[in-house]
Design a protein around this ligand. Structure first.
Ligand SMILES: [Mg+2]
Length: 120
């Protein structure tokens, strides 16, 4: 079973993404902050990360960079990333940096699922 780490400071986003992923048969772990996500990434292995960008404290891009570095050291694996963000400009910037796929909020859960399936 594939396991997905979902990071977003918005509880409602976490709950709705969690629900649809579980319904599709994926295992999930939820994190409301970068710190929480990093702790989970240290303790467990994941097949994919879905992350918000704008969050209080460390943002999603920084969090994902650290998570990737961690998995690269631990598993020698390049983990796929899907960012969900309300900020189109940041999205464009990220695309240029080639870190991960970008889905703009308010996002369509079906569209998110299609993107997840492309990677897993
Ligand atoms: Mg946010």
């Amino acid at each position: 079973m594939k396991k997905i780490l979902v990071l977003d400071d918005d509880k409602l986003v976490l709950a709705s993404v969690d629900k649809i992923l579980k319904k599709e048969g994926y295992l999930t772990e939820l994190a409301q902050s970068a710190q929480e996500a990093l702790e989970k990434a240290q303790a467990q292995e994941f097949d994919l990360v879905i992350s918000d960008i704008r969050m209080p404290g460390k943002n999603g891009v920084e969090a994902v960079r650290e998570i990737r570095r961690l998995f690269d050291e631990k598993m020698k694996k390049d983990i796929p990333i899907i960012f969900i963000t309300g900020y189109a400009e940041i999205g464009d910037e990220l695309k240029a940096e080639n870190i991960g796929e970008i889905i703009l909020k308010p996002f369509d859960l079906q569209r998110l699922l299609i993107t997840v399936r492309e990677y897993l």
